[in-house]
Write a protein that binds this ligand. Structure first.
Ligand SMILES: *Cc1c(COP(=O)(O)O)cnc(C)c1O
Length: 363
């Protein structure tokens, strides 16, 4: 019998989450974001689930090429752009779009333009503005000049105006509210033609009225929230259920300790279940005692430190639980955002960290 850990990916739920994103922004076209192997769900699977998207967006060139090989014919967008001039050849060969966020990229395009134009190559590009996130992009002040420079390059077919929100999940953010980013964007983009590409999941879920010709939902397609609340609060469905089983039970006396570092001490006699899931499966080692876990569908709590291959749960109130009892670490019945919050992280990190050794099935 294989080790009982399993990740079940709910492809139909991914489809329905995309349908919700589209319904919330009926006037926009939607990129299905599937970077990081579809947020841990599998690239090919995410491509299938997002067949109704207007395009697919990701970071990794190798996976972009793989999408073409898998038969995706609609647009593909590289959200971090190209990392060197040789990437332009890959983009040309596979009809890939990309973000342009710095002067160096403009120079690479200018240098490659004669050759690419001679081949009849013309790129659809996404000029990125830094509206306060201070990661990638041209400042609002430099944006019009960058746009003019990009427009003048022979191998450029179209330019979409793009920015990314830092705090779309927190409308009243004291340092950088979305309204401030929008003001900066409007200032930098004033008078420039071309579609706008603004909203991530938080934008779609919380600011659906924003005028964004293209939206870029990621986490919501995987049933995660962009911050605050869980899938249910937004009408989303979980898409990844991580499950395992109890593989051992210990009855311990008051005063006994559990696991590495003996960080958990039983104040009363307890029944402790050992679950075949550890940090080498993607479960966060930092999850503290008290993190919710389902055993036979009943909520209980993590106790003791998560180890590489196992974690321990409190079965004291679950007398029927025994070897082989079903355990849900997150997914259907236990929102991933709730587990993430207990571990002081976000659902994104948990799904992306699903380890390659965990078998994956669809269901
Ligand atoms: C990852 C990413 C998204 C999707 O963000 P979510 O919060 O997962 O919806 C959108 N735009 C860009 C540029 C990204 O890198």
């Amino acid at each position: 019998m294989p080790r009982p850990i399993l990740a079940t990916i709910h492809v139909d739920s991914m489809k329905q989450n995309l349908a919700l994103a589209k319904a919330k922004t009926p006037n926009a076209k939607a990129w299905g974001v599937l970077k990081a192997n579809g947020y841990g769900h599998g690239l090919e699977r995410a491509m299938r689930a997002f067949a109704a998207a207007d395009g697919l967006a990701l970071i990794e060139f190798d996976n972009a090429v793989k999408l073409r090989e898998l038969g995706w014919t609609k647009p593909i967008l590289l959200l971090e752009g190209f990392f060197g001039p040789e990437d332009l050849v890959t983009m040309a060969d596979h009809n890939l779009q990309a973000a342009v966020h710095c002067d160096e990229q403009l120079a690479w395009l200018e240098a490659a333009a004669p050759q690419l134009s001679a081949r009849g190559i013309r790129f659809d590009l996404h000029l990125k503005m830094n509206t306060g996130m201070n990661r990638l992009g041209f400042t609002p002040e430099a944006f019009a000049a960058a746009h003019a420079r990009l427009s003048a390059i022979a191998c450029v077919a179209s330019i979409t105006l793009m920015t990314h929100f830092a705090n779309a999940d927190d409308i009243d953010h004291p340092l950088l509210p979305i309204g401030e980013q929008l003001r900066r964007f409007e200032r930098g983009a004033a008078g420039l033609p071309g579609p706008r590409s603004l909203s991530n999941s938080a934008g779609v879920l919380l600011h659906a009225d924003l005028k964004s010709d293209w939206v870029r939902p990621g986490i919501m397609l995987y049933g995660g929230t962009p911050g605050g609340g869980t899938a249910d609060d937004f009408g989303l469905q979980p898409t990844m259920t991580l499950s395992s089983e109890i593989i051992g039970v210990q009855d311990i006396a008051a005063g006994e300790v559990v696991g590495y570092g003996s960080r958990f001490k039983a104040d009363v006699p307890m029944r402790v279940g050992v679950v075949a899931c550890g940090y080498a499966d993607g479960y966060p080692r930092v999850a503290p005692a008290g993190t919710p876990v389902l055993v036979d569908g009943v909520r209980t709590r993590l106790v003791g430190r998560v180890s590489m291959d196992m974690l321990t749960v409190d079965l004291t109130e679950l007398p029927q639980a025994r070897l082989g009892s079903k355990v849900t670490l997150w997914g259907r019945g236990l929102p991933i955002d709730e587990v993430a919050e207990a571990a002081d992280t976000i659902g994104y990190e948990l799904m992306c960290a699903l380890a390659p050794r965990v078998p994956v099935v669809e269901g």
